[in-house]
Design a protein around this ligand. Structure first.
Ligand code: SF4
Length: 319
């Protein structure tokens, strides 16, 4: 499949079918923690990058084989709201299924009325907010020129005002960067004004190819929860895992996921073993075969091996 991947399971969204609407990497930001690598060229103009009917057809096909989904999630190789026509896709998906639709976005384009309009029928929207000050926002997110911190906050506030679904703000907590008391207090002040339904604290558990990013200590995570909980419900960070049991082609399914973010070898092994009734040795053989295709390579992050795409193999499929 070109656009649909997973399901991937996570504490936050349960069993979630991913839909990626973008050519890699298309983004308005260049976050220092980005798993997709550096943003070589910013994209700020919205476009229908791929025909919407083609994407909808893939979702329709995926829904036939994945019967027990918790969410359909628009997320992917950059800033999701750069896809012009996402509102149409959300509406069409909701005609196909009762499964709720979530959109993961950095939120940088929410200052545009048409972007907010396109999101109104999503069941949950998860925009990013990693800092409560302009300096830290610039340091972490490195937005394209013309996209300011104030614009970001104003866009989020306008969206909160208009949107009736679940607004779950994602905060990426980075060791030594935005986990100080001062940074967390600034963030809490902004969050208080935005009044999200929840704050999802997330951690840099996967490697960022361009920069060594540190996990915050347990003490700092607890302090972040304590400070942010004063202004919102905070969801504790926890890693997700994959369910590949319904994948028609295991190698292609794994490629589709790894081309979007690195996957811990342990997690991948468990997901592959689950496809063979928990047979660990069979999973080793299968993974060895996949590795020998030359599509993947191993990197170390926080003492754990991760599978990432081989350079020049951004994706296992042609777009
Ligand atoms: S917004 Fe997402 S895709 Fe864009 S640079 Fe940041 S982490 Fe990467």
């Amino acid at each position: 499949m070109k656009y649909v991947f997973g399901p991937v399971s996570s504490k936050r969204l349960g069993q979630s079918l991913g839909v990626d609407l973008l050519p890699p990497k298309s983004c308005t930001w260049n976050c220092i923690y980005c798993q997709l690598g550096k943003t070589r060229k910013f994209v700020t103009e919205r476009q229908e990058f791929f025909p919407r009917e083609e994407i909808l057809e893939e979702i329709r096909e995926a829904l036939k084989v994945n019967k027990s989904l918790d969410w359909i999630t628009f997320v992917g190789s950059g800033e999701t709201m750069l896809y012009k026509g996402i509102g149409w896709l959300i509406a069409e998906v909701k005609k196909l299924t009762n499964t709720p639709v979530a959109v993961i976005t950095n939120g940088s384009l929410l200052y545009q009325t048409e972007v907010r309009q396109e999101l109104l029928h999503a069941d949950a929207v998860l925009p990013s907010l990693n800092a409560g000050s302009e300096a830290l926002h610039e340091q972490i997110c490195q937005p394209a020129s013309g996209l300011t911190f104030q614009q970001h906050i104003d866009g989020l506030a306008a969206f909160r005002h208009e949107y009736k679904g679940c607004l779950w703000i994602e905060v990426m907590l980075l060791g030594g960067i935005n986990d100080t008391d001062e940074a967390l207090q600034d963030l809490a002040q902004v969050l208080k004004k935005l009044n999200p339904d929840m704050v999802h604290l997330v951690l840099p558990t996967r490697p960022a190819p361009e920069q060594e990013i540190r996990l915050p200590s347990d003490e700092r995570i607890e302090q972040a929860i304590a400070i942010l909980s004063k202004v919102s419900v905070v969801i504790n960070p926890l890693k997700g895992n994959m369910d590949l049991r319904n994948a028609p082609d295991l190698l292609e399914a794994i490629t589709a996921i790894i081309s979007r973010h690195p996957v811990q070898q342990r997690e991948l092994h468990k997901a592959v073993a689950d496809c063979f009734s928990g047979d660990s040795e069979k999973a080793n053989d299968v993974m060895q075969g996949f590795f020998e295709t030359g599509r993947f390579r191993l990197v170390q992050h926080n003492g754990e091996p991760y599978w990432v795409m081989q350079q020049g193999e951004n994706s296992g499929f042609n777009r």
